[in-house]
Design a protein around this ligand. Structure first.
Ligand code: 13P
Length: 252
């Protein structure tokens, strides 16, 4: 079995000004600067990416929460991949359920963004997950399978192995109701199987798949114990420095 390095990514969503981001960095740097064995990421609003990269310890990577698929052009309000890489941004969340729900993100735009990011050396964190109605109808596997297949269309084996998938059941986001670790592992194992079907076992063994949805320092250990869960994508629980540090230390 492959060893996959766990990855904990904070998703700040629409929180924090530049001054607040700087304050966060100052509060976590000392504690996390020598931490090894876990990849640490903070995905922040565009307006704070530069200041965060300058103020955060090198041990913590910076990610964006969206990107456009075009090189450049007449797309008012959008941000191109190379505008991010120039700032030292290494990750980008693509297809978060909030973007799918409120900003017309589709499987097709998700795929175009994944491909454009990979071309520019940005590592996508691709979000997949079912809503409550879909879960209750027993459609969870089919939904995540469809989203995963669509997102990876056109990606080579090497590219697929390098990216991150985040399984976030929509009903567990910001609700305080997390999936059980066992249930999350089962869905994530299915996603890994889809990757094996699309490519091969080696690729499926390399790709990292996170769980997201009401993860906090108190429950991260339960998720990390599961064999197929390689980390977490964390919203509310990543905003306070003490909580972010607690998440990182929760990875044994
Ligand atoms: P919460 O951790 O606040 O439930 O949010 C999860 C999420 O959407 C991370 O992308």
């Amino acid at each position: 079995m492959q060893h996959r390095k766990p990855i904990i990514a904070g998703n700040w969503k629409m929180h924090k000004t530049a001054a607040e981001a700087k304050e966060f960095a100052a509060s976590v740097n000392q504690e996390l600067k020598n931490k090894t064995g876990v990849e640490m990421v903070v995905c922040a609003p565009f307006t704070v990416l530069a200041v965060l990269r300058e103020s955060l310890s090198d041990s913590i990577a910076v990610g964006a929460q969206n990107v456009h698929f075009a090189e450049e052009g007449a797309y008012t309000g959008e941000i191109a991949p190379r505008m991010l890489t120039e700032l030292g941004v290494r990750y980008v969340i693509i297809g978060h359920s909030e973007r799918r729900a409120y900003f017309n993100e589709t499987d097709e735009t998700v795929n175009r963004k994944v491909v454009a990011s990979l071309v520019h050396g940005l590592t996508p964190i691709v979000c997949v997950g079912e809503d409550l109605t879909q879960r209750e109808a027993g459609d969870t596997f089919a939904i995540v399978e469809g989203q995963t297949r669509a997102a990876l269309t056109g990606a080579t084996k090497e590219q697929a192995a390098s990216l991150v998938i985040a399984y976030e059941p929509i009903w567990a986001i910001g609700t305080g109701k997390s999936s059980t670790a066992e249930d999350a592992n089962e869905v994530i194992r299915h996603i890994r199987q889809v990757v094996a079907d699309l490519y091969d076992q080696a690729t499926a063994g390399q790709i990292r798949i996170q769980y997201g949805g009401s993860v906090k320092p108190e429950n991260i250990g339960d998720f990390m114990e599961q064999p197929d869960i390689d980390g977490a994508l964390v919203g509310g629980g990543s905003l306070q420095p003490a909580s972010y540090i607690g998440l990182i230390h929760g990875v044994k």
